[in-house]
Design a binder for this molecule. Sequence first.
Ligand code: MN
Length: 287
Amino acid sequence: MKICWYNQQQLGAIVDGKVHDVSAALEALPAARYPAAPGDLLCANLDTLRGAIERLLPGAASIPVAQARFLSPVANPGKIIGVPVNYADHVAEANADQATFTDRYKGPIREQGLFLKAASSLVGPAEGVALRFPQRLTHHELELGVVIGKTAANVPLDQALSYVAGYAIALDMTVRGPEDRSLRKSVDSYSVLGPWLVTADEIADAQQLGMRLTVNGAPRQQANTAEMIIGIAEQIAWASSYYTLYPGDIIMSGTCAGVGQVLPGDLIECAIDGVGAMAVAVRAGGN
Ligand code: MN
């Protein structure tokens, strides 16, 4: 199932190129009380929600996908986990241009570790990216987004994929420079997730997905998730050995070669096989 959050905070299900309004399924969610349990309420109750969506679909109003404004399919993630230097060709391009890729911590992924992006940086494709520091170099990084569906702590490698709710296209927008990644990658709108959540049962093998990105129609990034140095299962096991993963947590699983600058007025278009495609406009914004 492809589930989205769109227009004026409506819940949608994508079938046959149309977004069906299944917002009434939200009634199936438990009422939130203070203090809220950790995690995104929708992702934590995805199985219940899917039943309610299926019952609503035959009578649901719909609009073409092209007319929908897609928000992030996860509204309230607790954290966004970043996976650095996880494709060999991106490692090579970073090592070849150390004036640009001035990340403080060098070395292979196992030495660098994972990083965190502020949850407040998350937007959907329709919201676009607002470049806050136009005088600095800001890059796009296309990544497969992995959304956690169940609370996960110290998960064994062979069970790790059972904690995945689904997948989406992710952009890990990045200001280049010497500061810690958690600062440079956490600017408002610098985490894009969309256009919808494809539930894990629809993806036969998340490590066999082609992905590509263009800017203003010019090809920039192209890879296959098979090229990851550390795969998704290992990312989940590794992350959960340090901190508990909660429903709605997002892993941005690393980018391939071809990262490059974006400027106000640019249009980023990206696609991942089996997931979908999205266009993200870049504008001046912030300070
Ligand atoms: Mn990245």
